[in-house]
Design a binder for this molecule. Structure first.
Ligand SMILES: *[C@@H]1O[C@H](CO)[C@@H](O)[C@H](O)[C@H]1NC(C)=O
Ligand SMILES: *[C@@H]1O[C@H](CO)[C@@H](O)[C@H](O)[C@H]1NC(C)=O
Ligand SMILES: *[C@@H]1O[C@H](CO)[C@@H](O)[C@H](O)[C@H]1NC(C)=O
Length: 287
């Protein structure tokens, strides 16, 4: 085959590859509403990316137009670089009302060269206090990394680049409430959390570095609405039946051993009246 033919093939292949990526990634123009900060939130690249920024006057945020009752949500994030202490980039799904459900990722910035904290929480029926915090095994400000929330009837799993870092199983049978009745929206925002995010407010946001900017792309939702093939009928490979397999379990343990810096299940000082039922049930199933 001549060189030009190979080039043509490569060219055709890249066009298809490019179109495939476009189909997979959502369009922020159609999928979300900017709900805070006005033009501090900017939709870029024909809807393929969003930049959220924060300065002394305001932060910014968006939410999905659609609501989901179960789903797998993925986004690629590139966090605020440099001295980001005090900034909080949040990415979560939540329902409404006083008895709301919520599944949270929050990225707490830090001084230049110091690591981010990934803060996670699960709130059911308005009750949270289920924090787990992690360090990352890479610098989240240099490249985009994929953060996903799986929420199906069996389990909730937090993923970083496909690696499970946390699991919250449906333990309704053990009297632990589980989000399964209220639809949720995807939310994201960049805000100033310097009164709690940095060592209890010791380090203040350095406004001379503003505006702070975080980037989002490849918004992707698999859900039960509008797409029957991904919900139910699709066998064990579908997100609706997804769990953690053996190799995933090894990864999860690796993360929890090496990168977990706080676990509400391991904080008897804070929970003097006893740890949450899911902590007790998990500890018993391990032993
Ligand atoms: C910032 O980095 C310091 C030093 O490693 C660490 O002790 C602290 O927990 C970090 N703060 C946040 C908010 O991640
Ligand atoms: C189940 O949980 C509810 C609310 O947390 C509590 O009031 C109730 O006593 C629990 N029941 C059992 C059997 O543990
Ligand atoms: C999904 O399935 C239901 C029930 O079988 C049907 O009524 C609905 O039209 C389907 N939706 C789509 C988008 O195919």
């Amino acid at each position: 085959m001549g060189c030009s033919k190979i080039l043509i093939l490569v060219y055709i292949f890249s066009i298809f590859y490019f179109m495939w990526c476009l189909v997979l990634a959502g369009d922020f123009r159609k999928d979300v509403d900017i709900i805070w900060g006005g033009d501090k939130a900017k939709i870029l690249e024909n809807g393929r990316a969003i930049a959220l920024s924060l300065d002394k006057t305001s932060g910014s945020g968006f939410q999905s137009k659609a609501q989901f009752l179960f789903g797998k949500i993925s986004m690629d994030l590139k966090l605020v670089p440099g001295n980001s202490a005090g900034t909080v980039t949040s990415y979560y799904v939540a329902s409404k009302g006083a008895m709301w459900d919520e599944i949270d990722f929050e990225f707490l910035g830090n001084l230049s060269g110091d690591p981010y904290t990934v803060h996670t929480n699960v709130i059911t029926q308005g009750k949270g206090d289920r924090e787990q915090q992690f360090r990352l095994w890479f610098d989240p400000t240099i490249n985009f990394h994929t953060y996903s929330i799986l929420w199906n009837p069996r389990t909730i799993i937090f993923y970083v680049d496909g690696t499970p870092i946390r699991q919250f199983k449906n333990m309704k049978t053990k009297n632990v409430s589980y989000p399964e009745k209220q639809a949720m929206r995807v939310h994201s925002s960049l805000w100033d959390g310097d009164d709690w995010a940095t060592r209890g407010g010791l380090v203040k946001t350095d406004w001379s570095k503003a505006p702070f900017t975080a980037y989002y792309k490849n918004y992707e939702v698999q859900d039960c609405v509008g797409s029957n093939k991904t919900c139910g009928g699709d066998g064990s490979s579908s997100w609706i039946n997804e769990g953690i397999d053996d190799s995933g379990m090894k990864r999860l343990k690796w993360v929890q051993k090496n990168f977990m810096i706080y676990d509400y299940c391991n904080d008897p000082k804070r929970f003097r009246l006893g740890l949450a039922s899911e902590c007790v049930a998990n500890a018993m199933s391990m032993s």
